[in-house]
Design a protein around this ligand. Structure first.
Ligand code: DX5
Ligand code: ZN
Length: 216
């Protein structure tokens, strides 16, 4: 499949979200990525339900929700009500990951599992056929604008090999430090979805930047 692009709202202008949603709606963005941080799983707090509710109203693009919170099962139903298309939970935050994945899918959402940079893809052997998406963190989660971790390119290749070998239909999403240069190498390695925050919203022309990421 041609890869997708999911701009991350974390780097948007929170004083004027309507303007940024108008831009995203006009752009070639496929999804809008929403980073939910609880200050416990990651050392930062981002935004919560009121902002997701605004996104649900303002976005014409499907919402790709990335939960960086402990015990995400507590909020699966609430994010479903708030219109999440993809719900990503961290492998490191789920004691009963299989149950969490089934719960997400039973509500009709796409279920994604996310790995921190230090977590090997081998932990997914027994779950990769149950998920719709695997997201690899290419920075340590918690902040936008960090430097891309190079090991991710080889990690994508290892994940792709596992997905093919197991006959999984999971797509591969990458989150953190994506720009034209890292994005190109990630797509070549097998990435299906590129998240980009600071690279899109920090650009002089975000619409063109999104188009450029789509064209990689
Ligand atoms: C980091 C978040 C990312 C972040 C990416 O914890 O999960 O989605 O917004 O930002 P950039 O693209 O600036 O690295
Ligand atoms: Zn994210």
């Amino acid at each position: 499949m041609k890869h997708l692009v999911a701009p991350s709202l974390l780097s948007a202008d929170f004083l004027n979200l309507q303007k940024d949603f108008d831009m995203l709606n006009q752009s070639e963005a496929d999804w809008v990525h929403l980073d939910i941080m609880d200050g416990v799983f990651v050392p930062n707090i981002s935004f919560g339900m009121p902002v997701v509710k605004c996104a649900q109203k303002a976005s014409k693009k499907p919402l790709d929700v990335h939960l960086m919170i402990v015990d995400p099962d507590r909020y699966v139903e609430e994010f479903h009500k708030l219109g999440a298309y993809v719900l990503n939970v961290h492998y490191e935050a789920c004691t009963h990951l299989h149950r969490t994945i089934q719960h997400i899918k039973s509500l009709g959402m796409k279920a994604g599992v996310t790995l921190n940079p230090h977590t090997p893809v081998s932990v997914l052997e027994e779950i990769v056929c149950d998920v719709d998406l695997v997201m690899l963190m290419s920075v340590n989660p918690g902040f936008g604008g960090q430097k891309f971790i190079e090991n991710t390119v080889d990690k994508v290749k290892r994940l792709k090999e596992m997905i093919v070998r197991k006959g999984s239909k999971a797509v591969i999403e990458i989150d953190g430090g994506v720009n034209f240069e890292t994005g190109k190498r990630l797509v070549e390695a097998g990435a299906d979805v590129l998240v980009a925050g600071s690279f899109v919203f920090g650009a002089e022309n975000p619409i063109e930047t999104i188009a450029g990421l789509k064209a990689l």
